[in-house]
Design a protein around this ligand. Structure first.
Ligand code: NAP
Length: 527
C-alpha cells in the first residue's frame, strides 16, 4: 500500500482517544525524504498477531516502514480474542472504545461486543489496511539475541513442525501482551483426575457439559462470564472461590439499527460517543487511589446491598470482598448473583487442597465428586516475555535484569536492549479504561522514535539507564499510593508485592508522556 503524508495524518489523528499527533507530520515528511535519499528502512520483527501486533503493523506501514514481519505461533490473528472462546466471552469495556481510534467501527452490535464480533473486527483490519503479507503464522520466536557488531537482533524461530531457523532484524517489537499464557495452579493429584480438565482460555468445545457435575476453580473476570452459561447446562456446579469479587451491574444492550446507521452516516457523532465513554471510564481512576473516599463509600454500599442475600443461603465470605474496590479488577455482570442463588450451584470458600481421581477435596476434608474441572485461574501475567529468551548488550539476559520484577521505560524499553520494544509491557495495564488506548500511545511513540532514527542516521536507540531508573522510581512511588498496594492478591503484582503490571495514573498522563519521544532519554547508536 502506498501512503503519503496526508493519508498518514488522517490515519494517526484519532482525536482525544487516539495517539497524540503534535509534530508528527513534519517528522513523517523528513523520514520519507530520508528514505527516498537512500537511508535504509529498518527491518522490523513484531512478535504476536494480537491487537498490539496489528496496530504496530498498520501504523509502521502507514509511516513508510515497508519491511514488517509479524511472527505468530497460532494460525490466525486476534491474540487474546482468538484464544478466549469460552461461552459468554465478551469485552467488559464498551465496544466503541475497545477499538482503534483510527479504525472506528460505527456498527457495533451492542454495548459490550461478544468475542466473535471483536475477533472479526481485528481480522477485518488486516484486509482494510492490506497487511496480510506481513504475517508469518505457525511460527514461534524462541529467542532474540542482540549482535553488537552488526547492530541487529538475531531471532530464533521454530515452525509448527519443529524446524528451527534464524533471521536478522533491526527492530524487535514484542506484542505478546500480559495475558497470553494460562495459569493452572499446581494442585496435588490433578494429574490423577479421571474426568475432563481444561482452562478457560483453552475451552474444550468438543466436550459437552450437559448433565455433568462441573467444578470451577478460580472465580475472576473470565469465570464471571462463563459460569452463568455453564450453569444453564450442567447438572450441578461447584464454584471454588478463593476471594469474592466486586460485581457491578453490566447494563448491556443491543444498539438499535437507527443508532448504528446514524454513527455510519455521521462519524463525528460516533467519535463524540466514544469520547464520552472514555471520559466516564477515566473518572473511575479515582477509585484506584489508596483510601479513596469514593472507594470507601462503594465498599460500604456493596456490603449493604449484598448482605440480604446471606438470608438465602450464601455466606458473607462468598459474597462480600474483604478488600477495597479496585484492588482486583471490578467485574460487571447482570446474571452473577442469580446464578449463585440457583439451587444446583454451590459456592465453596474453603481452599482447594487436592484433586482425587473423582473430584476435588477442600481444606475441611470434604470431597465434591465431579465430571469436569474448569480452571478460571487467569494467566502468568508477571512473567511477561519469559517464554522468549532475550539477550541484550554484553550478553545480559532480560530475565536477569527482571529478576526482582519486570520494569521498562514507559512500559516500552529496557536499557541494554537497543531497538527492542514492548507493547502492553510492564506497568501499562489498566483497571479502569481501554487497553487499546494505551497500545495506540505506545505505537505512536515507537513510530516516531524509529522515524527519528532514520532521519538522524542512527542504527538503533537504547534508552539511558538514568532515564529508565527515574521512570521506574516514579511509577513505583505512585504505585504505593494505589489501591493495588493494599492487601489483596492479584495478577497486577509479583509475589513480593511489586506492582509490575499496572499504569499508576490517569491514561491522560500516559498519553502526554508518550506524545513525542524525549531524545535526551535515548542514546542513538551510530547517529
Ligand atoms: P483472574 O481475574 O486473575 O482470576 C483468577 C482467579 O483464579 C481468581 O479468582 C484467583 O483467586 C483464582 N486463583 C488463582 N490461583 C488460584 C489457586 N491456586 N487456587 C484457587 N484459586 C486461584 O483471571 P481471569 O478471570 O482469567 O482474568 C484475567 C484478566 O483477563 C482480567 O483481569 C482482565 O484484565 C482480563 N479479562 C478481561 C475480560 C474483559 O471482558 N475485558 C474478560 C476476561 C478476562 P484470588 O482472587 O483469590 O487470587
Amino acid at each position: 500500500m502506498s501512503v503519503n503524508s496526508t493519508d498518514y495524518r488522517r490515519a494517526v489523528s484519532g482525536g482525544v482517544t487516539g495517539a497524540a499527533v503534535a509534530g508528527r507530520v513534519q517528522l513523517d515528511r523528513a523520514c520519507r525524504e530520508a528514505l527516498t535519499d537512500g537511508a535504509r528502512a529498518p527491518r522490523v520483527a513484531v512478535l504476536g498477531a494480537g491487537a498490539g501486533g496489528i496496530c504496530a503493523t498498520i501504523q509502521l506501514r502507514l509511516a513508510g516502514f515497508g519491511s514488517v514481519t509479524v511472527f505468530e505461533k497460532s494460525d490466525g490473528v486476534g491474540g487474546t480474542w482468538r484464544d478466549n472462546t469460552y461461552p459468554g466471552a465478551a469485552c467488559d469495556v464498551p465496544s466503541h472504545l475497545y477499538s482503534f481510534s483510527f479504525a472506528s467501527k460505527p456498527d457495533w452490535s451492542r454495548k459490550f461486543a461478544p468475542q466473535p464480533e471483536i475477533l472479526e473486527y481485528f481480522e477485518s483490519l488486516v484486509d482494510e489496511y492490506d497487511i496480510g503479507d506481513a504475517f508469518r503464522f505457525r511460527t514461534e520466536v524462541t529467542d532474540a539475541t542482540w549482535d553488537e557488531r552488526a547492530g541487529r537482533w538475531i531471532l530464533g524461530l521454530r515452525d509448527a513442525e519443529g524446524s528451527r531457523t534464524r533471521e536478522e532484524f533491526d527492530v524487535v517489537v514484542s506484542a505478546l501482551g500480559q495475558l497470553n499464557r494460562p495459569h493452572v495452579p499446581d494442585i496435588p493429584g490433578l494429574d490423577t483426575f479421571e474426568g475432563t480438565v481444561f482452562h478457560s482460555a483453552r475451552w474444550d468445545h468438543g466436550h459437552d457439559l450437559r448433565g455433568e457435575r462441573v467444578g470451577v476453580v478460580g472465580i475472576g473476570a473470565s469465570a464471571i462470564q462463563f459460569v452463568p452459561r455453564v450453569a444453564e447446562s450442567a447438572r450441578s456446579l461447584v464454584l471454588f472461590q478463593r476471594s469474592a469479587n466486586y460485581v457491578a451491574p453490566r447494563k448491556d444492550r443491543p444498539y438499535p439499527a437507527w443508532m448504528r446507521s446514524l454513527f455510519t452516516r455521521v462519524p463525528v457523532l460516533q467519535r463524540l460517543y466514544r469520547e464520552s465513554i472514555y471520559w466516564r471510564l477515566e473518572a473511575r481512576f479515582n477509585i484506584m487511589r489508596r483510601d479513596s473516599r469514593l472507594g470507601r463509600v462503594l465498599q460500604q454500599q456493596f456490603a449493604k446491598q449484598l448482605r440480604p442475600l446471606t438470608r438465602r443461603g450464601l455466606t458473607e465470605e462468598a459474597l462480600i470482598p474483604d478488600y477495597p474496590p479496585g484492588c482486583k479488577r471490578i467485574l460487571i455482570a447482570d446474571d452473577w448473583y442469580p446464578t449463585l442463588l440457583a439451587p444446583h450451584v454451590e459456592v465453596v470458600t474453603d481452599g482447594v487442597e487436592r484433586v482425587t481421581p473423582t473430584g476435588v477435596v477442600t481444606a475441611d476434608g470434604t470431597e465434591r465428586h465431579l465430571d469436569t474441572i474448569i480452571f478460571g485461574t487467569g494467566f502468568r501475567s508477571t512473567e511477561f516475555l519469559s517464554p522468549v529468551a532475550v539477550t541484550g548488550r554484553d550478553g545480559v539476559g532480560l530475565d536477569d535484569v527482571w529478576r526482582d520484577g519486570a520494569r521498562a521505560y514507559l512500559g516500552l524499553a529496557v536499557p541494554g536492549f537497543p531497538n527492542f520494544f514492548m507493547l502492553y509491557g510492564p506497568n501499562t495495564n489498566l483497571g479502569h479504561n481501554s487497553i487499546l488506548f494505551m497500545i495506540e500511545q505506545q505505537v505512536g511513540y515507537l513510530v516516531q522514535l524509529l522515524q527519528q532514527e532514520v532521519v538522524r542516521g542512527a542504527r538503533a536507540a537504547d534508552v539511558r539507564t538514568a532515564a529508565a531508573g527515574r521512570f521506574d522510581d516514579e511509577v513505583q512511588a505512585a504505585a504505593a499510593g494505589t489501591v493495588w498496594a493494599e492487601g489483596c492478591s492479584s495478577w497486577y503484582k509479583t509475589e513480593d508485592g511489586r506492582i509490575t503490571n499496572n499504569w499508576t495514573g490517569h491514561t491522560t498522563s500516559y498519553r502526554r508522556r508518550l506524545a513525542r519521544p524525549d531524545l535526551s532519554d535515548w542514546e542513538l547508536l551510530g547517529a
